[in-house]
Design a binder for this molecule. Structure first.
Ligand code: G
Ligand code: G
Ligand code: MN
Ligand code: NA
Length: 254
């Protein structure tokens, strides 16, 4: 069977799951947020990496039902943790540019929040620079509606796309995520260090929060702290965890 046919059946066959990667305060080690990351375990072919099936989903339109499933699942799971008495934290979901440009995101988010009972301040939407490129009027309206609902917006993979600083003032963002390609070389390459440092200064000047992605070493963490980044995500702290392990981490708090 073609991969597309298998992916089409993946939702109904419950082959999709969300894993959750904690975002950690450098200052006290506490969990201050998490990112939901999609996983697909096909019954016939095993684990398929998102880098393989997300582009296929985008090309075939399957990103729409899959993306809706992701938003709903993240809201219901986060509410379930809160109902269990765990400390409330924001969950961030990745939403692709196709979803934004189709104009369907805010309606799906609204329904997911209502049906799950999750308060909007505990949901964050991660988008990439491609959302803001080209004809972005529909996407811009979607962002404004999400913001008006109380959902926060985070710009993912910052610095890797066709970054235009104009986007940062024009679009209603709350947070920048420094891409892991800069973090990876931050202690070994002056250029990556300079980009990270400038990004953090820019974010602070615009009153945006900053998260560093792909933090793998103590050296990277310490350097990021020195240049003013206080929230970290990466293997140094935790890989993305299945929901039950994330629940255990929330229960411990750090
Ligand atoms: O989890 P991993 O690092 O393998 O993710 C690889 C890529 O897949 C990342 O770019 C990530 O943003 C993307 N991705 C993971 N989960 C989702 C999702 O639920 N929706 C979309 N659109 N992209 C996702
Ligand atoms: O594009 P996006 O930032 O959404 O994707 C995050 C991706 O980075 C996921 O595939 C996640 O599994 C991966 N990831 C998370 N932490 C680390 C890390 O410390 N090192 C590396 N190499 N990848 C990471
Ligand atoms: Mn992301
Ligand atoms: Na990224």
């Amino acid at each position: 069977l073609a991969l597309e046919t298998r992916l089409r059946r993946a939702i109904e066959r419950s082959e999709l799951a969300l894993h959750y990667q904690p975002q950690i305060s450098r200052v006290d080690g506490s969990v201050v947020g998490m990112e939901a990351l999609l996983r697909w375990r096909s019954e016939e072919i095993g684990m398929v990496p998102p880098g393989d099936f997300i582009p296929l989903a985008e090309d075939t339109g399957l990103i729409h039902p899959i993306g809706e499933w992701v938003i709903r699942q993240a809201c219901f799971q986060n509410k379930a943790w809160q109902n269990a008495g765990l400390p409330p934290v924001k969950v961030a979901v990745n939403v692709s540019a196709n979803q934004f440009k189709a104009g369907s995101v805010s309606g799906i988010v609204r329904a997911a929040l209502e049906e799950s009972g999750l308060a909007p301040r505990y949901l964050e939407v991660e988008l990439t620079e491609s959302v803001m490129m080209g004809d972005s009027s529909v996407a811009e309206a979607q962002m404004a509606e999400l913001r008006a609902m109380g959902v926060s917006l985070s710009l993912d993979d910052f610095g890797t796309g066709y970054s235009s600083l104009g986007y940062l003032s024009r679009f209603p963002l709350d947070k920048l995520k420094i891409d892991q390609t800069f973090v990876r070389n931050i202690t070994t390459e002056q250029r990556s260090a300079a980009i990270a440092q400038a990004t953090i200064a820019l974010a602070q000047g615009l009153s945006l929060q900053v998260v560093a992605e792909g933090v793998e070493t103590v050296g990277q963490r310490d350097f990021l702290g020195l240049i003013g980044c206080d929230v970290m995500q990466g293997y140094l702290y935790s890989r993305p965890l299945p929901a039950h392990e994330m629940g255990q981490l929330l229960a411990k708090g750090r």
